[in-house]
Design a protein around this ligand. Structure first.
Ligand SMILES: [Fe+2]
Ligand SMILES: [Fe+2]
Length: 305
């Protein structure tokens, strides 16, 4: 938690992607597919975050952190639903085969990272050990989420700031969806780290899971992007990371060096996400986001009725 506490806001945004082209960043299918991979990977991941956090909530004794965790869950659930809607209304409408990627995402977040049942017996010591093992597993899940949330904050900050995405022919609806999501990632960037630490999690646990999690995330992103790129004759056959590098020079993806630098920052024992981005920058984006402003207007109307 930061010194001046900011209460997380639930913004019930809606997006209409019925006019959004598949290459939503024009003349840049590479960046369009890498960003569109987010729609495939995030819903399974963010719903998993919510399940883990609901299990962790009874252990949270600090009322401010408890409020943060509840706010985090509400925001992540809306993120997941917004991207899931995009899957059906947008990627499927463009005829992209996405089921194989969804199967992998569901396996990773629905099976691989789920809690393993622990049954040691009925004796007092066995039950005590079971309880400790369950809590240990929960702490490891929280450490994984903290590592992923570092990158969602890094990417969130990047997407708000990326000047290349301000070009007038970039699809405004999808740009707003990614920037609203990115801004909320910046807004709640401290929750995962603070929750893991609050439940007794150590820096070493967070570092160890980051070393496993970062390559896994990059692997998932490249698999998902390449899967969609292969279906599109407009995309050339060059190596995935070479394409990424070219897009980053155009400013439509973050540079690979910046992502590597973010990994090194996370491994620093003094790391805390408060220093990764500015809350004010996120709040400034909400003030100009069409979807957020429309959601606030609906909320005002609802309260006035
Ligand atoms: Fe999110
Ligand atoms: Fe998040």
């Amino acid at each position: 938690m930061t010194a001046a506490h900011h209460s997380l806001v639930t913004r019930r945004v809606r997006f209409d992607l019925s006019r959004t082209p598949l290459h939503w960043i024009p003349h840049d299918p590479d960046a369009s597919y890498v960003t569109n991979s987010i729609h495939l990977l995030l819903p399974a991941g963010e719903f998993w975050f919510c399940r883990v956090y609901n299990k962790a909530l009874p252990y949270v004794t600090n009322p401010t952190l408890r409020e943060d965790v509840q706010g985090f869950v509400r925001q992540e659930a809306i993120h997941a639903r917004s991207h899931e809607t995009a899957l059906n209304a947008y990627l499927r409408r463009h005829g992209v085969e996405i089921d194989s990627v969804l199967r992998v995402a569901n396996f990773v977040f629905g099976q691989l990272l789920e809690e393993r049942p622990v049954k040691l017996g009925q004796g007092f010591l066995a039950r005590r050990l079971e309880k400790r093992l369950k809590k240990w597993q929960l702490r490891q899940q929280l450490a994984i989420i903290a590592a992923v949330e570092h990158y969602t904050c890094v990417l969130g900050k990047w997407v708000i700031e990326a000047d290349a995405l301000d070009a007038p022919n970039v699809d405004p609806d999808l740009r707003d969806l990614f920037r609203w999501h990115g801004a909320e990632e910046v807004e709640h960037r401290c929750v995962a780290h603070d929750l893991h630490a609050h439940l007794g999690g150590t820096t070493l646990e967070r570092q160890a899971w980051a070393l496993i999690g970062f390559p896994l995330l990059l692997g998932l992103l490249s698999y998902s992007s390449v899967h969609m790129m292969k279906q599109d004759p407009a995309v050339g056959g060059s190596f995935f990371f070479a394409r990424w590098e070219r897009a980053s020079r155009r400013g439509t993806l973050p540079t690979l060096e910046s992502l590597f630098g973010a990994a090194l920052r996370y491994l620093n024992p003094g790391y805390h996400p408060a220093g990764e981005a500015s809350l004010q920058e996120a709040l400034d984006y909400f003030a100009k986001s069409p979807a957020v402003q429309a959601a606030l207007a609906r909320e005002r109307e609802r309260q006035a009725a």
